[in-house]
Design a protein around this ligand. Structure first.
Ligand code: FAD
Length: 367
């Protein structure tokens, strides 16, 4: 079967992939976006809350509305989008194997692209404890998908493990959906996420169990009925005798995310372990180009951060790709990229002007 040829194939239609598609298409590149879901937007359509930060970073706009704006722009620019399509292989020569779902069934096809952008997002980390495979134990992202996308509340008495922004936001959204959050367990001695999210939950009377972890989940029948939590000492060892048993029917794990980079490994892109960015991530330069020329990475795949960084990394990659294909002159492209890099740097410096990680090995995330 002959391969279909494209100038740019983007794997993943989340904020990073769509932002890249828009920038590249605006410059004239013929773009194909491939996403496994039946609607593009990645995590954005789960994010019913308003973003905050600066105006340049969509402050005050709900994640799902940012998603709608991106979809409208990609449609207006005639970006080709394959939905319900999974990229299952990425090989030398910029060749992709894609399983496409059509009315007649599934078919596998091959695409060859002059440029590739891998923007597959991230995956939630699991936590292993006795009972972790019981029905009712799930990732916080899964609970968020159930509540905000499918409108099904996963349970009535929820215990959240992890107080980072994902744990806090999903807890609040489950409360809005009618669930009772019986507590938030955090192994560190302080809350991990933004104070603004934590304060809303505290005001609603949800207890935070700091310096605690989950010891086990128990079931009366086949699904979770109780969670046993336990205090931790300053070396993170469990303190015998501090166990508490909580009646729950759902346990959500919000223990961080890692880059979803299997396709990047498959292609042979060089990776490095950067714990602050979620673990192994494909290295890239300040154009988002990986260690293999013509292959770019952006968003959570290129190190887990947040939606606004994913959007700007996508814009940076899209601009750099348009330039590399000759659709943008050097002056125009370099000016646009410098502006995006400045925005990214200000996002990463945060309110206190400090980065939590540093560029390294001559290849870096950022400037
Ligand atoms: C539960 C949760 C809550 C969050 N809340 C916030 C928040 O409030 N604010 C914020 O700024 N950030 C939040 N984030 C983080 C933010 O959503 C991500 O940083 C952002 O979505 C990353 O964008 P992305 O484009 O890299 O990936 P994604 O949005 O994950 O998009 C990647 C897309 O690629 C698709 N894909 C993956 N592999 C393949 C394949 N092989 N073939 C085809 N398609 C594929 C995926 O299905 C997905 O649609 C949250 C994340 C989670 C998990």
């Amino acid at each position: 079967m002959a391969a279909e040829k494209r100038e740019l194939a983007i794997i993943g239609g989340g904020p990073a992939g769509l932002a890249a598609a828009i920038e590249a298409a605006k410059a004239g590149v013929k773009v194909l976006v491939i996403d496994e879901n039946d609607r593009p937007g990645g995590q954005l359509f789960k994010q019913l809350h308003k973003f905050f930060g600066s105006k340049a970073h969509n402050a005050g706009i709900r994640g799902m509305d940012i998603g709608k704006m991106l979809l409208k722009e990609t449609e207006e620019l005639n970006v080709e989008v394959w939905l319900s399509s999974v990229v299952i292989g990425l090989y030398q020569g910029n060749t992709l194997s894609v399983v496409r779902t059509e009315r007649e069934g599934q078919k596998v096809c091959t695409v060859e692209a002059d440029r590739i952008l891998i923007a597959c997002g991230g995956a939630e980390n699991a936590l292993n404890f006795p009972g972790w495979t019981l029905p009712g134990v799930m990732g916080a992202g899964a609970a968020q998908t159930m509540a905000n996308v499918h409108r099904v509340v996963p349970g009535q008495k929820v215990l959240m493990i992890g107080s980072g922004n994902v744990g806090l936001i999903v807890s609040y959204q489950l409360m809005q959906a009618g669930a009772d959050v019986v507590g938030i367990v955090e192994a560190a001695p302080k809350i991990g996420g933004y104070g603004v999210h934590a304060a809303k939950i505290r005001r609603a009377g949800v207890p935070f169990y700091l310096s605690h972890t989950i010891k086990q989940a128990e079931a009366d029948d086949e699904t979770v009925s109780r969670a046993v939590i336990v205090g931790l000492d300053k070396n993170w060892n469990q303190i015998p005798g501090t166990e508490k048993t909580l009646e729950v029917d759902t346990i959500c794990i919000a223990a961080g995310m890692r880059p979803l980079s299997q396709l990047a490994w498959m292609y042979g892109l060089k990776h490095e372990f950067i714990p602050e960015l979620g673990g192994f991530m494909p290295l890239h330069d300040n154009n988002m180009e990986s260690t293999v020329k013509t292959v770019y990475v952006a968003g959570d795949t290129a190190g887990v951060e947040e939606a606004n960084t994913a959007l700007d990394e996508g814009r940076l990659a899209g601009t750099a790709i348009a330039q590399s294909l000759g659709y943008m002159g050097e002056e125009e492209a370099e000016g646009a990229k410098a502006e995006i890099r400045d925005r990214l740097e200000s996002l990463r410096l945060g309110p206190f002007g400090e980065r939590s990680w540093a560029p390294r090995n001559g290849l870096w995330k950022g400037r």
